[in-house]
Design a binder for this molecule. Structure first.
Ligand SMILES: C[S@@+](CC[C@H](N)C(=O)[O-])C[C@H]1O[C@@H](n2cnc3c(N)ncnc32)[C@H](O)[C@@H]1O
Length: 222
């Protein structure tokens, strides 16, 4: 199929015309539509899973920033028996077998509600959360990093030993303190940009595998 062009309509900005044109010509958008995924983002998880075997053997999975639901659709397809719980600020249409909460992950009540819904330790925590961008790269980076830090802190409470954590980060990568924490808590920590992640986006993913478990009481500071 040839490249589709979108005529600039009155009332549509040049920016939204460009966005529409890019959507229409994006092979992942077409593939998602053909394969029944709600977002092209689904392929980022598929590609990360192919490379890192994230989903293998997982029984409980958390999807932070679930909307519109592509990642959870992939999880359900690959792990039909897993318990999957997702959270998002935005409404998400129901997905069979997935419990969805419309709530700010940063709200004080979120961690307890997520743990309760999961009903046991998680094998995999996924975070595709990104703060709404304000167009100032440093501010956008800091706001998204705050979400990643909160997700990593929650992992230390909710993950089962051997569990994994995947989170969207932005170029400039995972900041020093967070990386040190992940390296302490997990056996391996890597960064990856799956092919489905747009080349012109500064998005990357951090993949931390082999959670070492919570430190026992005897290792706590006296
Ligand atoms: C890139 S989208 C996720 C796409 C999803 N992985 C998929 O495959 O369909 C990022 C989502 O993170 C959500 N988000 C951002 N900040 C959040 C927060 N504090 N609490 C919950 N969700 C948040 C946004 O509302 C948005 O829907």
């Amino acid at each position: 199929m040839g490249r589709q062009r979108v005529r600039t309509a009155r009332g549509r900005s040049a920016q939204s015309t460009r966005w529409l044109e890019r959507q229409l010509n994006d092979p992942y958008v077409r593939k998602a539509r053909a394969e029944g995924y709600r977002s092209r983002a689904a392929y980022k998880l598929i590609e990360l899973d192919e490379r890192f075997n994230l989903l293998r053997g997982a029984h409980r999975v958390l999807d932070l920033g679930i909307a519109p639901g592509g990642w959870s659709q992939v999880v359900r397809k690959r792990l039909p028996k897993a318990r999957v719980v997702g959270i998002d600020l935005l409404p998400t249409d129901p997905i069979d077998g997935v419990e969805i909460m419309q709530l700010d992950f940063m709200a004080d009540t979120a961690p307890a509600l997520l743990s309760e819904a999961l009903g046991g330790p998680a094998d995999l925590v996924l975070s595709d959360m990104a703060a709404n961008t304000v167009g100032h790269p440093q501010t956008d980076h800091l706001r998204t990093m705050a979400l990643v830090e909160a997700a990593a802190a929650f992992c230390a409470e909710i993950l089962a030993p051997g569990g994994a954590f995947v989170a969207k980060v932005f170029a400039g990568g995972t900041d020093h303190a967070l990386l040190a924490q992940l390296k302490r808590d997990f056996t391996t920590v890597k960064h990856a940009k799956p092919p489905a992640s747009r080349k012109d986006s500064s998005e990357w993913y951090v993949i931390a595998q082999g959670f070492k478990g919570r430190p026992g009481p005897d290792t706590a500071d006296a």
